[in-house]
Write a protein that binds this ligand. Sequence first.
Ligand code: FES
Ligand SMILES: [Fe+2]
Length: 456
Amino acid sequence: MLTPEDNRLLTRVGPDTPMGRLFRRFWLPVLLASELPEPDCPPVRVRILCEDLVAFRDSSGRVGLLDEHCPHRRASLFLGRNEEDGIRCVFHGWKFDATGRCVDLPSVENGAALKNRVRIAAYPTREFGGYVWCYMGPPEHQPELPRMEFGLVAPQRRFITKRRQFANWAQAAEGILDPTHFSYLHIPISRNRDAWGKMMYGANFSTTEVDPRLRWVVEDGCPSIHVRPLPNDLGMTVAGKRRADGDDAYWRIIQFLMPSTSLAPGSSEGENYHGQTVVPIDDENAWVFSYTWNPERELTEQERKQLGSGSAVHPALDDQFTPKRNRANDYLIDRELQKTQTYSGIVGIGEQDTAINESQGVIYDRSKEFLVASDAGIARMRKLWLETARKLADGIEPVAPSHPDGYKVRSGNAVCPGSMTLEEVMVRRFGHVHGHLGSMYDGGAQQERAAGVPVA
Ligand code: FES
Ligand SMILES: [Fe+2]
């Protein structure tokens, strides 16, 4: 439970808010690089952290991210002409380059002299992992890009999407910090593999065996929750421990990284990994940037097709990046499926999460909740968010942005003797107590192809 004041602090992200200022200390993904497919292609509207911006790819391939509105009389540069290394406002012809410099003032007498005094707000951008990222904070605090594994592997090894969520950013972020809900929201009520398949993949599921990992999640709906902070206030490891067969335990281990990235807990070694970064559009909407990657091999065409049509963390999307099963159509909830086969009656993991997050209200009132032990990850992360935002308001810079290498961690699952601690499980599963990948990827493509995780 939070006080109304703390709830407000956590959820408001405009330029003059503590949490908004904290988000602006980090690089954030803001759109798919493929939304700007070639030099001089049409510009794209981008609303991030309550700011209306326009993104364009100039003639040299650089991505500019500018205030949407022309400084002259505030016409939208979304209507602008993307030409010869700049975007030209179509109202009176003022032109700006990707850094925000005014490079032409054709409608003004003595324009050549005046243009040095005209500027438009511009944010630095980078392309990484198939997304365009931006940094919206003070230039003197601009960090390096976080070195997340999905962005370090070759493009053929990853699949990425983004989707719109019609609710405050923190609801999506907190949903992922909760290992218990997987035993309810995401599973069949029976151990019926066909029900699981229908929920996960629609009608096109076929398999011969029920995965024991699913069985353990079904059988133990009350996992113990284990939380360990990551160094440098980077975030935390949040793990759910369930009974497995015999004396073994089944661990599902989440990595949560500041400010709003989570790496999902369901993958065994060699499988595809999944993660998400939640980025506020404004106080009432968010983008969820979702990625799947395999460190050891390229994704197959079939995997891409399946992920693209909605599976794992990727919902089926329309061309506006809105889930096809959405609030407006009640997520196509199937009450018969709900009665007989699954808890939710909603098809798709991403859709189930989105439905719940949006159902909590546009901005969830945390003064009216009743947290229990299984919410330990959420409570700890809230504390870190609020403390870091308050410190920044007092002039103390956050530590995490200046540790980009700390983002090079893995999450996943593990089956281990029940007596092992989380620390022991982490070392056994990842070769490192924080799941850090050590020097992997430091040497470029050759090391990228190396199998296995070095012991740090
Ligand atoms: S409003 Fe853009 S040039 Fe006049
Ligand atoms: Fe979930």
